[in-house]
Design a protein around this ligand. Structure first.
Ligand code: C2O
Ligand code: CU
Length: 498
């Protein structure tokens, strides 16, 4: 309780907890031609591919504690992949095979989960279900074919509120060489996150604020773009940018506000959506990705401030909060692009999943207080340590009615399969998109359709991506097919952590 956030969470304890009842001719994309050193302020490291086969990307990834600089003069010993914050940007083409030789040099067990990728269960990185923990000093080789284009990300699935909060996350960009734009564009991958650093310059205790801190979802006191606090990016005047954004923060939602210029969202979690959507701000919940076009306005020398707002994700999330400053600056540099302007926004047809005969399942996101007065989240009132698996037949489509009866919003994430959001509080959600994470606002409900493809049997997790909530019980599993003899799916979970 030393930090600002800790004290503020402490103040929340004094307030009455209100339990809320449920209701409620195109040219091909060119290599980015951005100004020299355009991303100097926020460059992502790459992961050298050691495999000569053009369709195999083979890299090494090492989790270790390393000293990183998040702003000039502000350093912290963070938990990192390959010594950087975030970890390296892994870049593959759709259909490539990715081999990752992983070593754990942390002082704690860990795993790597490939968020959003439709991989076999053995590669999903969930301890006790898909693989054993990787102990300190241990190794594990992840090896799978990458089936879908889009921006994905990777992070641990052991004590993930702590480990992600300490800095363990990285982006994985799956290119589709067939995608093309009507004008040249500059592509920027942005990993948004935050980190909590105490007065002594160390990582804050991940349990600060106790059970109330968990119930709220702890946010860091430094907001980061590609591991830097308020970096300056250079952009070409008049040349459209394609922002590939992932929110890797463990609890924080971002509403990105460029103060004027508009965004065109062309896709999200699982690639391009069915139609583009224009908006003046962008909301991105933890775990989600966005794919947006943005044309920086102004001439060379102009500097834009890309700000963000507190997003109301429930009780205590916007009131009396200390502003943390803008996300980043964008300085226009160099001559205007030859083919400047907004390109035609690409889209792809998405067929609605057939719901004929689809079983409906109610999944209520719940919170309760134990006899000791501690908060405990659950699925249908059952915290994860008492998990009751749901079941699905391979090839079956189900409609999940996700009801949020708590005072906080929850980014609902399903492993292994994409879903389509049908409606939110009865209103249809369009355009259609393939999602793996969707915000379920407090006191509301939505319905998603998911087809459990026959090629990926196994026990798959679903959980809130406010990782404190997941740790606090807001997780469950769905068993697709029958448990394999000898698999841990039939036994009690020994790791009640995401
Ligand atoms: Cu991004 Cu179960 O995780
Ligand atoms: Cu949550």
């Amino acid at each position: 309780m030393r930090s600002r956030t800790g004290r503020w969470l402490g103040a929340l304890i004094a307030l009455a907890f209100v339990s809320v009842a449920s209701p409620p001719s195109l040219i091909s994309m060119q290599a980015p031609a951005s100004p020299a050193r355009w991303e100097e302020g926020a460059a992502l490291a790459d992961a050298p591919d050691v495999n000569p086969d053009p369709r195999i990307v083979e890299i090494t990834l090492e989790a270790r504690v390393a000293d990183v600089e998040i702003a000039t003069g502000q350093r912290v010993a963070a938990w990192t992949y390959n010594g950087g914050l975030p970890g390296p940007l892994i870049r593959v083409r759709v259909g490539d095979r990715l081999i990752v030789h992983f070593t754990n040099r942390l002082p704690a067990p860990t795993t790597v989960h490939w968020h959003g990728l439709r991989v076999p269960i053995q590669m999903d990185g969930v301890p006790g279900i898909s693989q054993p923990d990787v102990a300190p000093g241990g190794t594990f080789t992840y090896d799978f074919v990458v089936p879908d284009a889009g921006l994905y990300w990777y992070h641990p699935h052991v004590m993930s509120a702590a480990q992600v909060g300490f800095g363990l996350y990285g982006a994985l960009l799956v290119d589709d060489p067939a995608e093309s734009f009507s004008t040249p564009i500059d592509e920027v991958v942005m990993v948004l996150s935050d980190i909590e650093i105490d007065e002594r310059g160390r990582l804050e205790d991940p349990d600060s604020g106790g059970s109330t801190g968990m119930a709220f979802g702890r946010e860091g006191n430094h907001v980061l773009v590609n591991g830097r606090e308020r970096p300056t990016l250079l952009a070409r005047p008049g040349v459209a940018q394609r922002w590939r954004i992932v929110n890797a923060a463990k609890s924080r939602y971002f509403e990105i506000d460029p103060d004027g210029p508009r965004f065109t969202t062309i896709g999200g979690d699982g690639g391009l959506q069915a139609a583009p959507v224009d908006s003046s701000t962008l909301v991105i919940a933890p775990g989600e990705r966005l794919d947006v076009l943005f044309v920086p306005p102004g001439a060379a020398g102009h500097e834009l401030v890309i700000d963000w707002r507190l997003f109301n994700r429930g009780y205590g999330s916007v009131e009396a909060r200390i502003p943390l400053g803008p996300l980043f600056n964008m300085r226009l540099a160099g001559p205007a692009g030859a083919l400047s302007g907004r390109p035609q926004a690409p889209s792809r047809p998405i067929e609605p999943l057939s719901r004929a005969g689809a079983a409906e399942t109610k999944i209520e996101l719940t919170i309760a207080q134990t006899v000791k007065g501690e908060f405990e989240y659950g699925i249908n009132g059952i915290p994860f340590f008492k998990n009751k698996m749901l079941h699905a037949r391979p090839g079956e489509t189900q409609i999940w009615h996700v009801v949020n009866s708590t005072a906080w919003s929850h980014p609902f994430h399903l492993h292994g399969f994409f879903f389509q959001v049908l409606d939110e509080s009865g209103q249809p959600v369009r355009p259609l998109a393939w999602k793996d994470t969707v915000n379920v606002p407090f006191k509301s409900a939505l319905r998603i359709a998911v087809r459990f493809d026959e090629d990926r049997p196994g026990e798959w997790m679903f959980h809130c991506h406010v990782l404190d909530h997941a740790d606090g019980g807001l997780m469950g599993t769905v068993l697709v097919g029958n448990a394999q003899p000898g698999s841990t799916a039939t036994t009690q979970h020994v790791h009640p952590t995401p």
